[in-house]
Write a protein that binds this ligand. Sequence first.
Ligand SMILES: N[C@@H](CCC(=O)N[C@@H](CS)C(=O)NCC(=O)O)C(=O)O
Length: 227
Amino acid sequence: MEEKKGEVVLFGTWASPYCTRVELALKLKGISYEYVEEDLTNKSELFLSLNPVHKKVPVLVHNGKSIAESLIILEYIEEGWNTTPKLLPEDPYQRAKLRFWANYYDQKIVPSFYIIFGSKDKEREKAIEDLSQLLKVLEEGIEKDFPGQNPFFNGESLGYLGIAIGSNGCNYKAVNEVMYAVLISEKNPKFLSWVNAMKNCPLVEETLPPHDKLVARLRVYLASTQA
Ligand SMILES: N[C@@H](CCC(=O)N[C@@H](CS)C(=O)NCC(=O)O)C(=O)O
């Protein structure tokens, strides 16, 4: 049930997994919001004034006040709306571990995708192998920190870590198609099964960018890295 907490506006761009994170959290909590598509090739003055430090989407504007950085926005939504479902569990240690792995994903896995896109031939093969090793660290770490649990969900519904990782990882088929390579493969069976389970959530399915549209967008991005 939505609490009446004023006006919420999300500045985003449709292909950005960081923006998908915020959309997932807002939808999960049942928070009404206005969406503004920002053209990153021609950023508006309004947008630049809302995120003058990083100049990146997503930016959430709540009652005229702006918040940037997707993981920080998730925490703001969790703390600002006392509605269920909760994105994080009660236990502080579990919360810290979930934040740790979300941070690991952003610091290690996401840059690895950029390296793969920007490389060629043998160098790209090596970068794909490096990604697999980083995913293995994630798989083992999560198994160790959350034995017998599914930390991507908080109870029945998608949680903070599922949002953080699923928003990006669930696009793996589009990435494979663009690269003519298998970036996420059976070499990382747990990761594959986690993202496939998240992809099956109706909310995730309706919020992720459409496959073909994303493939076309990623092809343009790939061409720009190889130019
Ligand atoms: N750490 C940021 C990353 C956001 C980000 O990289 N956004 C990209 C779109 S996917 C962006 O706005 N890029 C514009 C630019 O770099 O000029 C977050 O979690 O929100």
